[in-house]
Design a protein around this ligand. Structure first.
Ligand code: PSV
Ligand code: MN
Ligand code: MN
Length: 387
């Protein structure tokens, strides 16, 4: 069996944040399927997220989305999380579901609309102060659908100005993380389409502003691990939104579509000193449209753990020697040897040695929790990708 001794401490320190919205119902524009046991409020979302941590030991925090997760008392929500063994993590703002933002939010030409969007971020910072969250994550739906629709350069200036106002409110121990996406819901241009644009804005903001890399937000064929290497080199990789895609922003289970890509990304994270580095937050940004949500999240964090173990097993000394010698196939072979290593039996044993069940998927299935929530949570409104 594969020996994990040398990589055990790196594995033990791994932490992956779960998105509260993964536990609500979601779907496509064709249909949102309801599913039995779906949480009816943010408290139940946190309870479900805590199950993932109970069985994997990998997911100690939960990201919230405002206003989807608005509650009367964030102090109560925080206590509920802590009682369940998790903490509240990144706060995600939302300026994409209000009619006022049809033509933009923080980039809008109307100063009143811009101020409304800025005020929403101020409200998110207030929430962060109550939840103890470090990161404010901003993903903007801003953009245009038609050439000439708006002045794309003026929009950059307005974006910079709005972000500066938001950044000025961030506390000394807090960070602003700016996510990019090359398309959707705007299709001609988006205002933060790529890592370079996010980088330019976060550099202008200052040391507590970073780039968020969502793995689903690139054109097909993009070499994502190169972006990872570059952002780590520049000290600006703040967080990951992990998911996987076949076609677009599919938000499927990370590592499901292309485990090799996940391996290559994590290898560059390790190479760049980003693993177990508090500067880099690892989060899932996924939806479970047809599968059960808690097992979907368990499988997701296990996929990340498996590819992390494989990437940690790369013999980096041998790789460096082969690279130095210009041994093209030798170097490639060293990387592939680690990728092809089935670490699952060794990880099961490793988990058992740490007091966890070796097989978290089965342990959850046998726990009775799923049957209980399906029986208990009848009536009320199921939470969705939204409130
Ligand atoms: C939309 O593409 C999106 O998936 C972004 O990635 C955000 O992180 C997420 O929604 C939640 O707002
Ligand atoms: Mn995302
Ligand atoms: Mn997305």
């Amino acid at each position: 069996m594969t020996d994990l001794t040398d990589i055990s401490s790196a594995l033990a320190a791994q932490a992956i944040e779960l998105p509260s919205w993964a536990f609500g119902n979601s779907g496509t524009r064709f249909k949102v399927f309801g599913s039995p046991g779906t949480p009816r409020d943010p408290f139940e979302k946190i309870s479900d997220a805590a199950q993932v941590n109970t069985y994997t030991g990998l997911a100690p925090s939960v990201a919230l989305h405002i206003p989807w997760d608005l509650v009367d008392s964030f102090a109560d929500l925080r206590k509920h999380a802590e009682d369940n063994g998790v903490t509240l993590g990144t706060i995600n703002s939302n300026t994409f579901q209000d009619d006022d933002y049809k033509l933009g939010s923080v980039t809008h030409s109307d100063p009143k609309i811009r101020q409304k969007a800025i005020d929403h971020h101020f409200a998110c910072i207030d929430v962060m102060n109550e939840t103890g969250s470090r990161d404010l994550k901003i993903w903007l739906a801003d953009g245009t659908n038609y050439p000439g629709q708006d002045d794309i350069r003026a929009r950059q200036d307005r974006l910079a100005d709005s972000l500066a106002k938001i950044y000025a409110r961030i506390g000394a121990d807090q960070r602003l993380v700016l996510e990019y996406k090359f398309f959707e819901p705007a299709f001609y241009h988006t205002d933060v389409p790529d890592w370079g644009t996010s980088y330019a804005h976060t550099v202008a903001l200052g040391d507590r502003a970073f780039v968020c890399l969502d793995t689903g937000h690139h054109a097909p064929g993009t070499n994502i691990e190169f972006i990872v290497a570059q952002l780590l080199r520049l000290g600006k990789l703040g967080s990951f939104d992990f998911n996987s895609r076949f076609y677009a922003d599919d938000d499927l289970i990370v590592g499901a579509a292309d485990p090799f890509q996940l391996f290559r990304i994590i290898f560059e994270v390790i190479r760049g000193g980003g693993l177990n580095n508090p500067e880099v937050a690892f989060m899932l940004d996924q939806c479970h449209n047809i599968e059960k949500k808690i097992p979907g999240q368990i499988r997701s964090v296990l996929n990340v753990q498996e590819m992390t173990a494989r990437a940690l097993l790369v013999d980096r000394n041998a790789l460096a020697a082969a690279q130095e010698a210009g041994d093209v196939l030798g170097a490639n072979g060293i990387l592939m040897d680690a990728f092809y290593t089935d670490v699952r039996p060794a990880l099961a044993e490793w988990r058992e040695s740490r007091g966890l069940d070796g097989d978290p998927m089965t342990a959850y299935a046998l726990s009775g929790y799923q049957e209980k929530i399906e029986a208990d949570r009848v009536g009320g409104t199921q939470a969705g990708w939204g409130a």
